[in-house]
Design a protein around this ligand. Structure first.
Ligand code: FES
Length: 170
């Protein structure tokens, strides 16, 4: 017979209502509000989180619980050029880890960070849908397939030059 009072059942597992890792559902409308902030700014600045908190009457601490629970929210300003290294199964087996390590070394950042000059953002993704051409990485909208670590300096240089030219035009 299930033992609801103690949070366990006859399987020996915690019941779904009391499982410790089960996220508390965010208040209605909060995720939408935070998504709107992130699509406008590229991340969720603290000042904007505070505004959402006041507007919706939700404690700031609760908002940060939600922001840190969902990995798609960013709390730091991202770099202008986003590099996404695929570490899905196929890319992982074909050298994705080596690409990531080489990029971390070249840029001086870890996955999830932006370079101090704000130019590059280094991220990891779990499949870009071109597994037959792994290892794959994406830089902004462009997909690079069957990338070797030796290709990386030229790829980064091309994007650095394009960003400098765009800045010169602007
Ligand atoms: S696993 Fe990398 S593109 Fe699918």
């Amino acid at each position: 017979m299930p033992d609801h009072a103690s949070g366990s059942n006859d399987t020996g597992c915690p019941s779904p209502d009391t499982a410790p890792d089960r996220p508390v559902p965010p208040p209605s409308g909060l995720l939408e509000a935070l998504h709107a902030v992130q699509s406008k700014h590229g991340y969720v600045p603290r000042a904007q989180a505070l505004q959402v908190s006041r507007k919706m009457g939700i404690p700031l601490a609760r908002i940060f619980e939600v922001l840190t629970f969902y990995s798609f929210f960013r709390l730091e300003k991202p770099g202008k050029i986003r590099i996404a290294v695929c570490l899905g199964t196929s890319c992982h087996l074909q050298g994705g880890r080596e690409l990531l390590a080489a990029l971390e070394e070249m840029l001086g950042v870890r996955a999830g960070e932006a370079t101090p000059d704000g130019l590059f953002q280094l991220d990891v993704v779990r499949c870009l849908g071109c597994c037959g051409r792994s290892p794959v990485l994406q830089i902004n909208e462009k997909i690079y397939s069957q990338v070797a670590t030796a290709d990386l300096p030229a790829i980064l240089q091309a994007h650095t030059a394009a960003a400098a030219a765009a800045e010169g035009d602007g």
